[in-house]
Design a binder for this molecule. Structure first.
Ligand SMILES: Nc1ncnc2c1ncn2[C@@H]1O[C@H](COP(=O)(O)OP(=O)(O)OP(=O)(O)O)[C@@H](O)[C@H]1O
Length: 706
């Protein structure tokens, strides 16, 4: 593309003119697709319908979204890429954007951010300029190109500080769902986004280092680089709960990817209706990897060695497979590494084959059809069923959790008596539909199902907030990507389940991807330096091996910690639940101060999160309503009119707000079963704010924060 193509000397004008011509080229591309006449090329209506849908999708993909910049960057190569940096090679200029746009001659006007040539836009540095003379980033205001920022990577004189456009992008007030970060992916993030599809990558990263953003962009990248393969095998993003998934669900569609499934782990294993809850101890044992062996034994517990032979009558002759021969067949199937159900299906054929051999020895010449017919005879079917009975996974787990004697047999040498007692349901389950299934039980059923029949594997799975999974849950996720790969994202310091992982190598082992590479992201984008510094004081107690995150933003006055005095008379007693009745009562002055802080925060632009211990939420909700401050639940998207969300601490993970008002930290810590988990929960809550955090407390703060 020629470097000088317009009359104006003002670079901004020239860039605007390229934007205008790219837009009109995009329009032409769209019109071309719209005018396609498919009548001649489709032989039948099925083809026509499929093609029409594809064309429809393509038209949608080519829509010019007024508020999404068509390109956000530009790179000027010193030489033509691929010309082996030859002396005199002509440099080329590329505009980088969300999608590919070409002109009438097919020459590129905008390059997709995922194309190989775009990689240098993200990765080039002064140290390694990657043959780039100029990198330009564009700033937009309401769809208008209004600014640009240049870096001359090969100019030793030029010094560049932090990018103002990047800071502005991060601080741009947010309402609505999570945004994409294509324009500002950082080099260490890009390494993960573009990592090879065959490898599993695990990312440990402090709050706000972009793990979720990186995981989602990685899916978009992989779909671009391996479209056919992944369209066939499927991709899945797993998040901790529905409100989190709702928050992130727009990112991939905004990047043009509409076909990525999203689910929670609970939804993946939803084979039985959940009716019960476990104690922490029971859940921990049920989530322990030893349960996999307990279940393997349970599934195979019905296999019986024969005591008598099997007799097949064909015409006037009788054929007998002796009991020792049947035993050989059963033992051989038991030793083979195949699913229980596959072996069950193979057994009648094996018995029939033994009959066939005898027929041949007896002078007959049976063919394959005879073997099938023999396999279907009642005698063979009955023998096979007795030796290798069918297993219904849910019924099997129901029995395991209801029948102490059966559990003892399967768990011998694996679980102690005390552990077995903890695992059993208080009352035996009567039927699959009515049993007191807990979330951890559903994972067991999933494991049992997989022992019977192999779970289908996807091409790629992104597992977010992975630190909270139990070993059995890792296994459930792992079997959904046995033939594919995974991106595992998490933060050990944010683990808040009784079974949360302390080591990524253990987690990867349970996932079935041992030895995968573990990367660490340490630069925080969300949380201002002052705030992350304060929250990091908890790290020695909650994750001593982790280094504190740094922040790319160092603004001051982002953190306020205020003690509220007041009499400890309980407020609205109806709103207090049993747990909080045991805790010190909350002075009304605290609630008043919180309402005032929320009111002040609302005077800023952007979203506001009021985060509080779950037990405090009803009282605070009532107080907000009484004060005429409408609020949303975390699962509901904020908008320009409703910018305030009341967030129970248990749902804060993964979410973020421009301004956070944090109510009574001590109550958040008390809401968890033990101090370390409580402090971890508080760490999550302290790290949700982009522009300002206001902490209000009446009770003493945890020692590290005091
Ligand atoms: N390169 C980037 N450019 C601009 N914004 C970024 C970049 N990386 C991350 N962000 C922003 O920082 C915020 C935090 O990112 P994200 O939620 O992905 O972090 P996280 O590591 O998953 O955090 P948590 O551990 O709290 O779940 C988001 O608003 C995201 O858009």
């Amino acid at each position: 593309m020629p470097a000088h193509s317009t009359a104006s000397d003002n670079p901004l004008d020239r860039e605007r003119s390229h934007l205008a011509s790219s837009r009109s080229a995009l329009r032409s591309m769209r019109e071309d697709v719209e005018s396609l006449d498919i009548r001649d090329v489709t032989g039948n209506w099925v083809n026509a319908a499929i093609l029409a849908r594809e064309i429809d999708d393509r038209i949608k993909a080519l829509a010019d979204l007024a508020h999404t910049p068509l390109f956000f960057g530009r790179v000027d190569f010193l030489h033509a890429p691929g010309a082996d940096l030859a002396e005199g090679g002509e440099g080329e200029r590329f505009y980088i954007g969300r999608r590919h746009v070409h002109d009438a001659d097919g020459d590129p006007m905008v390059i997709d951010w995922r194309a190989p040539v775009s990689q240098s836009f993200y990765r080039a540095s002064k140290k390694d300029p990657m043959d780039i003379g100029l990198r330009r980033r564009f700033g937009y205001t309401g769809g208008e190109l209004t600014a640009y920022e240049d870096e001359h990577l090969t100019d030793p004189e030029e010094t560049t500080g932090a990018s103002a456009l990047l800071a502005a992008e991060i601080e741009r007030p947010r309402v609505g769902p999570m945004r994409d970060i294509v324009a500002t992916i950082q080099p260490e993030q890009d390494e993960i986004v573009r990592a090879d599809v065959h490898g599993t990558v695990c990312v440990q990263g402090a709050p706000g280092t972009g793990k979720t953003a990186v995981g989602l962009h990685r899916v978009a990248y992989l779909l671009y680089a391996h479209r056919e393969r992944l369209a066939r095998t499927g991709t899945l993003v797993i998040g901790p709960n529905r409100s989190f998934l709702q928050y992130i669900e727009q990112v991939l569609p905004a990047l043009g990817e509409l076909d990525v499934a999203q689910a929670t782990v609970e939804e993946l294993v939803a084979h039985v209706p959940l009716r019960g809850t476990d104690t922490a101890q029971a859940a921990r044992i049920k989530g322990d990897a030893r349960m996999a062996e307990v279940l393997r034994r349970a599934v195979r517990s019905g296999i019986t060695l024969p005591t008598e032979g099997c007799v097949v009558v064909r015409g006037s002759r009788r054929w007998r497979v002796a009991s020792y021969e049947l035993e050989e067949i059963v033992r051989e199937l038991m030793d083979r590494d195949i699913r229980y159900g596959a072996a069950q299906a193979a057994l009648p054929q094996r018995i029939a084959h033994a009959v066939l051999v005898k027929m041949e020895q007896g002078g007959e010449a049976p063919d394959d059809r005879v073997q099938d017919a023999v396999a279907r005879t009642p005698a063979v079917k009955a023998t096979a069923k007795a030796l290798w009975p069918p297993v219904d996974p849910a019924k099997l787990v129901l029995r395991l959790l209801s029948d102490a004697e059966f559990l003892a047999r399967c768990a011998e040498g694996l679980l102690t008596e005390e552990e077995q007692a903890a695992v059993l349901w208080p009352k035996p389950g009567k039927g699959v539909r009515t049993a007191p299934w807990t979330p951890a039980d559903a994972v067991l059923v999933d494991e049992a199902r997989d022992l019977v029949e192999r779970t289908a594997s996807l091409g790629h799975v992104v597992l977010d907030e992975a630190q909270d999974l139990s070993p059995m849950q890792y296994r459930a996720v792992g079997r959904r990507c046995t033939t594919g790969s995974a991106t595992v994202l998490g933060d050990i310091a944010q683990g808040t389940t009784p079974w949360s992982t302390d080591s990524w190598s253990t987690a990867l082992h349970h996932l079935g991807k041992p030895g995968s590479r573990v990367e660490e992201l340490t630069v925080g984008f969300r949380v201002p330096g002052e705030v992350i510094g304060y929250a990091s004081r908890l790290l020695p107690e909650i994750a001593p091996d982790l280094a504190p995150a740094t922040s790319i933003r160092t603004a001051s006055d982002t953190l306020a910690i205020r003690r509220v005095d007041g009499s400890a008379a309980p407020e609205d007693a109806d709103a207090l639940d049993a747990a909080s009745e045991l805790a010190p009562a909350t002075p009304p002055a605290l609630t008043e101060a919180v309402l005032a802080a929320v009111g002040a925060a609302l005077r800023n632009e952007g979203s506001i999160g009021l985060i509080a211990a779950d037990a405090r939420v009803p009282a605070l909700g009532a107080a907000l309503t009484a004060a005429g401050l409408p609020y949303l639940d975390p699962g509901t998207e904020t908008n320009a009119e409703s910018r305030l969300t009341l967030v129970p601490a248990s749902l804060a993970k993964g979410l973020e707000y421009d301004y956070v008002v944090l109510d009574e930290p001590a109550a958040i810590v008390d809401g968890e079963a033990d101090l370390r988990t409580g402090l971890r929960r508080l760490y999550v809550c302290l790290t949700r704010a982009v522009s300002g955090l206001d902490v209000l407390h009446a009770r003493p703060l945890p020692a590290a924060l005091g």
